[in-house]
Design a protein around this ligand. Structure first.
Ligand code: C5P
Length: 243
C-alpha cells in the first residue's frame, strides 16, 4: 500500500483536466497552486497529449491522478500499471470488476516500481443504474454490488475506491479511514450543477468520509480558477477544523 501523503500538504482537491488538448490543459495548470490541489488526466487528454505530457505534469509540483480505468487480463493490466507508475503519477486506477487476480497483479506491478502510486479500484460507474446492471447479467442490488467490489478491492491490497459521495458513509463505516474514497460529483453550494444530478458539496463529502474530491467545471470553467480553488479549499479546511 502506498503512502497517501507523499506530499506534505496532501491537498484533498483533485482538479479534473477535462480538455481535448495539451495547450488548454497547461493554460489552466499555470493558474493553479500545487499546494491546494492535484490534477486528474482522463482518457481524452491522455489520448491526445500522451505519456510525455503526463510525465511532464508529474515532474511539476502537482500530484497527478491518471484516470485510465484499466480492465484487461491480469498480465496486461499489470504491465499497463507498471508503465503508468513509471510516468511518476501519484494515483492510478483499474476496474474492480476485472477481478481479484487482476487487481493483485496490478498492485504487485506498481509495488515493484520506484514510484509507488496510490492504486484505486473503480466499483460501479455512476452512469450505471440497477436496470443497466441487470442488462449485463448482474441481478445483485447495486449498492450490494458496490460493496462486494469494494471488499474485493480491499482484499487485493489496493488503497481504495472511486465512488459516489452518496456511497461514502457505507464504505467509510465498512472499511475505515485508511481505505481511500475518491469522489466525483462535487458542487459548491453556489455552483452550476452542469450535467451532474446527484451532487454533494465539498464539506458534506468530507463529512461523509471522502478522502479526495474530484472537481472539474466549478474550477476549470470559473472566471478566476485560482479564486474558485481557494474558496473550495477554505471550505474544506473549515470542515477539518470542525471534525
Ligand atoms: O466537471 P465535473 O466536476 O463534473 O467533473 C468531474 C470529473 O469526474 C470528470 O472528469 C468526470 O468524468 C469524472 N467522473 C464523474 N462521475 C463519475 C466518475 C467520474 O463525474 N461517476
Amino acid at each position: 500500500m502506498a503512502s497517501q501523503t507523499n506530499n506534505t500538504h496532501d491537498p484533498k482537491i483533485i482538479v479534473a483536466l477535462d480538455y481535448a488538448d495539451e495547450k488548454s490543459a497547461w493554460d489552466l495548470v499555470k493558474k493553479l497552486d500545487p499546494t491546494l490541489c492535484r490534477l486528474k488526466v482522463g482518457k481524452e487528454l491522455f489520448t491526445t497529449a500522451g505519456p510525455q505530457f503526463v510525465e511532464a505534469l508529474s515532474r511539476s509540483d502537482f500530484g497527478v491522478f491518471l484516470d485510465l480505468k484499466f480492465h484487461d487480463i491480469p498480465n496486461t493490466v499489470a504491465k499497463a500499471c507498471r508503465a503508468a507508475s513509471n510516468l511518476g503519477v501519484w494515483m492510478l486506477n483499474v476496474h474492480a470488476s476485472g477481478g481479484l487476480e487482476m487487481m493483485q497483479a496490478a498492485q504487485q506491478a506498481v509495488n515493484q516500481t520506484a514510484n509507488t502510486p496510490l492504486l484505486i479500484g473503480v466499483t460501479v460507474l455512476t452512469s450505471m443504474d440497477q436496470d443497466g446492471l441487470n442488462k449485463i447479467g448482474i441481478q445483485t442490488d447495486l449498492t450490494m454490488h458496490v460493496l462486494n467490489l469494494a471488499k474485493l478491492t480491499k482484499q487485493a491490497g489496493l488503497d481504495g475506491v472511486v465512488c459516489s459521495a452518496l456511497e461514502t458513509p457505507l464504505l467509510h463505516e465498512q472499511f475505515g479511514k485508511d481505505f481511500c474514497l475518491v469522489t466525483p460529483g462535487i458542487r459548491p453550494d453556489n455552483a452550476n450543477r452542469d450535467d451532474q444530478s446527484r451532487v454533494v458539496t465539498p464539506s458534506a463529502a468530507l463529512h461523509m468520509g471522502s478522502s479526495y474530491l474530484v472537481i472539474g467545471r466549478p474550477i476549470t470553467q470559473a472566471a478566476d480558477p485560482l479564486k474558485a480553488l481557494k474558496t473550495i479549499h477554505t471550505e474544506c479546511q473549515s470542515t477539518y477544523k470542525h471534525h
